[in-house]
Design a protein around this ligand. Structure first.
Ligand code: B1M
Length: 219
């Protein structure tokens, strides 16, 4: 089976929520030397992006999208140990990651976490619906380099500003970089809340996080 067939097949298997097919193709990717990083981003990640679009159009519903996420996680479990760190980014640092308070959407955050982990970052996963104080106290107690926050809902975006304020109140804003992501977030929002960076997807998150670490260490 060729690379294109495997990547397209993985993408389709995620859309179909076909866990068995996802596992089979992930194993096939490893066996035939397809790059694991590419298989995750262009197979699994691309499949989940299609699911989001189909949901928005009303062509699929929540149960289907949750099955797709399970199928994606099954493939990623197989692929993740095979990611080459150099492929993803060289800088390493300590990252706390979580979904902001009030928001239960964690599929995208999990994808970002897996890619950062595979790239060699030390990860503290705070989970989803994370209280503002938890982001702040973990940043302080664990001396993290990057506070990475995700949200999928417009209603929970202000929580990101509260975290930035909390970091300032605890006098640790200068010690950390703040990275934000999720569908309603953009560069303009980063400026408005005085965060440091935005990443559009998991692959960009690795690149941006590496750059943020360089900036922190270059001071
Ligand atoms: Co709901 N949901 N949901 N949902 N859900 C959305 C987000 C919504 C856009 C659907 C819609 O109305 N069109 C809408 C939000 C509207 C808004 O705020 N503007 C919505 C709503 C309203 C709700 C409820 C309120 C519904 C209700 O109960 N009435 C409710 C909220 C519950 C709560 O959180 N308190 C709800 C519930 C749910 C489920 C639980 C059923 C389920 C989530 C399951 C789970 O996550 N465990 C769910 C789902 C699946 C979705 C959609 C369909 C898909 C989201 C997804 O997982 N996409 C979504 C519609 C959509 O997105 N089109 C929708 C795949 C994922 C890989 O993409 O998360 O965007 P995404 O991640 C991307 C990038 O954004 C980026 O990287 C990833 C790709 O590489 N990224 C980062 C994400 N985080 C990042 C962090 C970074 C960097 C990049 O750095 C730190």
């Amino acid at each position: 089976m060729g690379k294109k067939e495997i990547l397209d097949g993985l993408k389709k298997a995620v859309v179909d929520g076909d866990e068995a097919k996802c596992k089979e193709l992930a194993n096939e990717a490893i066996k035939t030397g397809v790059d694991a990083y590419e298989a995750i981003m262009e197979g699994c990640g691309a499949g989940m992006a299609v699911c989001s679009d189909l949901y928005d159009k009303g062509d699929i519903f929540v149960p289907e999208i949750l099955m797709s996420a399970e199928a994606m996680y099954a493939a990623m479990d197989i692929l993740k140990p095979h990611i080459k760190v150099e492929d993803a980014g060289k800088s390493k640092g300590k990252v706390e990651i979580g979904v902001i308070e009030g928001d239960m959407h964690d599929i995208g955050k999990n994808l970002v976490k897996i890619m950062l982990d595979a790239a060699g970052f030390e990860i503290i996963d705070l989970g989803r619906d994370v209280p503002i104080d938890d982001f702040v106290s973990t940043a302080k107690n664990e001396k993290v380099d990057i506070v990475a926050m995700s949200t999928l809902m417009t209603t929970t975006m202000p929580g990101m500003l509260d975290v930035v304020r909390g970091l300032r109140d605890k006098d640790i804003r200068e010690n950390v970089k703040v990275l934000v992501g999720g569908a309603p977030v953009n560069e303009d929002f980063v400026s408005r809340i005085e965060a440091d960076a935005y990443a559009e997807d998991a692959s960009k998150a690795v690149k941006v996080a590496s750059k943020l670490i360089e900036e922190l260490r270059g001071r």
